[in-house]
Write a protein that binds this ligand. Structure first.
Ligand code: GLU
Length: 553
């Protein structure tokens, strides 16, 4: 009996060869230097910000080099799989305008290197596992969970390394006859990769972020095929896929770094070229309580999930920009120097990535987002707020549509000017900031806002102002009229004049403006009063003043 007989016994239905697959998935016809990257999530229904960081890097590397970015569904862990997880990922990628060039969903397959769903690639994996068995590089292991658990405990007691290696690799040297007999009898087994490594020797490889790495050589006989559903493990499947999907750069979390020696051994077992590795650091944040850096946590930090950014209504481009600044800290500087270029033009350098941890802070995102929103046109802001509200605040959406002209005027306050107002950080924060400009919200809230404001205004002065108020074309004209009104009522036309001669005046023009602001907005601060008066209009002013009057009685 030979290894070939064993391989035939395990995989009688597999007839294809390695060469067949090399022909089926030929080298990609791309320009020199083009990078092929992949986003390879497990379909758990949760997209972590760390996944998104690797995805943005994948996307930039591929687009920047006229390469290919593809999505691969790594669904070999059926217990963790969540229905529609890939559709959710595609939806997120679409929101960020980062759809992959190749992918597979329930509805369609795009690309010639699929299937892009690992569970559909069983036959491919089996071909390669069969090959390894034939070559004596893999073998069936019949050890039960209990045996493995007992071994681990005794290794711990004896203070030796745990795992399936050396003399602990019990099934490594079973005779082919015994292996075949036990399989024929129906004993369950996994397939393990037979390691030839020596743990005491260093394994050297280059990571594009971390630089030259020296790790212990792998000597564990790691499972490559599971027993129950005959699906491969991640370690094995991704090697086959990255080779045949012709991946040039593997971008993934640094939790995989310690497995690289095993992965490279697997590539070498087939004589394949090893892709370049970009292991991205953990995403860190400053802990609010301790002030110390810690890993962003799925459990404690809502911002660890990409869903958070959608719900809060951050513009996708702002999120991408914030992510780019943690990918390479010189991104912002580059962006300022090249405001018309897209993030995909950025010469991302893995070497410049922090290797110890990437800080992500929401305040930074808020600033980037405020800057970005301040560059948008009023129509763009309107459309974005409306789209957000349609999903998360239906009554606000209705109001925005009903009062579209007023809304556009509101979103135009201090916009489209040299130094636009940077007031909105995301779409969910818009309504509380502007609600007073809509009558329906204003009259609902004004009693409370007047109470909070706690001021006593000169009602008769304001009544007179409102009765003579005329809308003016320019801010200068309006303010000139305001000054004339002030002088007529013995208020100084400037704070300076009032300060110089306080006994001569009742106050100054700014005080009238402030009183007016209090009454018509219910707030101490507001954007440009001239523009607000225009939006509220004379009729609105009369109503609001009347309301103030009655609420003070
Ligand atoms: N499926 C793996 C994960 O979600 C992907 C790792 C990789 O990108 O190779 O962690």
């Amino acid at each position: 009996m030979t290894n070939k007989d064993l391989a035939e016994l395990i995989f009688p239905e597999i007839t294809k060869t390695i060469e067949d697959y090399e022909k089926e998935y030929p080298a990609r016809n791309l320009v020199e230097g083009a990078k092929v990257t992949r986003f390879a999530p497990s379909p758990t229904g949760f997209m972590h910000i760390g996944n998104f960081l690797s995805c943005v890097i994948d996307y930039v590397l591929a687009k920047n080099s006229n390469g290919v970015f593809y999505l691969r569904n790594e669904d070999t862990d059926k217990a963790r799989e969540v229905e529609n997880a890939v559709a959710m990922i595609m939806k997120i990628l679409a929101q960020y305008d980062m759809l992959p060039d190749e992918y597979e969903t329930k509805e369609e397959v795009k690309g010639n290197y699929g299937p892009y769903i690992q569970s559909k690639r069983k036959e491919i994996y089996h071909t390669f596992i069969k090959y390894l068995i034939q070559e004596g590089k893999a073998y069936p292991c019949f050890c039960s969970k209990e045996t493995l658990e007992e071994t681990r405990k005794s290794q711990e007691q004896d203070k030796v390394r745990t795992g399936y290696y050396g003399n602990y690799a019990f099934c490594r040297n079973l005779s082919i006859e015994e292996q075949m007999e036990r399989i024929q009898k129906g004993e369950p087994y996994v397939i393990r990769f037979k390691s030839t490594g020596n743990f005491d020797q260093k394994f050297v490889f280059d990571d594009l972020v971390k630089g030259r790495m020296e790790l212990p050589t792998n000597d564990q006989d790691v499972p490559i095929m599971k027993s129950d559903n005959k699906l491969p493990t991640y370690h094995f499947a991704h090697v086959i896929d990255d080779h045949f999907m012709r991946t040039t750069h593997v971008v993934r979390g640094e939790e995989w770094l310690s497995s690289v020696p095993l992965h490279i051994d697997l590539f070498r077992a087939f004589g394949w070229k090893v892709p370049k590795y970009i292991h991205i650091p953990l995403i860190l944040k400053k802990d609010e309580e301790t002030g110390k850096a810690r890993k962003i946590s799925k459990r404690k930090d809502p911002e660890s999930s990409m869903h958070y950014y959608e719900e809060k209504g951050y513009p996708p481009l702002a999120v991408i920009e914030a992510i780019m600044t943690i990918a390479n800290s010189n991104y912002e500087e580059w962006h300022q120097a090249h405001p018309t270029l897209s993030f995909i033009d950025f010469p991302f350098s893995p070497k410049k990535m922090s290797s110890s941890g990437a800080f992500f802070d929401l305040e930074k995102l808020d600033n980037i987002s405020k800057n970005y929103i301040s560059t948008l046109k009023k129509e763009e802001v309107y459309e974005s707020v409306l789209a957000w509200a349609k999903k998360y605040d239906a009554s606000f959406a209705q109001l925005l549509e009903k009062e579209s002209l007023r809304s556009l005027a509101i979103f135009n306050i201090e916009r489209e000017q040299k130094k636009p107002r940077k007031d909105f950080k995301n779409w969910s924060s818009v309504k509380p900031q502007i609600s007073y400009l809509y009558d329906s919200y204003f009259f609902e809230d004004a009693k409370k806002t007047y109470q909070d404001l706690d001021t006593e205004e000169d009602i008769s002065l304001l009544e007179e102002y409102v009765s003579q108020y005329e809308e003016k074309e320019t801010e200068n004209e309006w303010f000139d009229a305001m000054k004339t009104f002030a002088i007529r009522h013995n208020y100084a036309p400037s704070p300076k004049m009032y300060q110089e001669n306080p006994t001569l005046y009742k106050g100054h023009v700014g005080m009238i403006c402030e009183a007016l602001r209090h009454v018509i907005t219910g707030r101490k601060e507001s954007p440009n009063l001239f523009q607000i008066l225009k939006i509220i209009g004379k009729e609105g002013l009369v109503k609001r003043l009347q309301f103030y009057k009655t609420s003070k009685q």
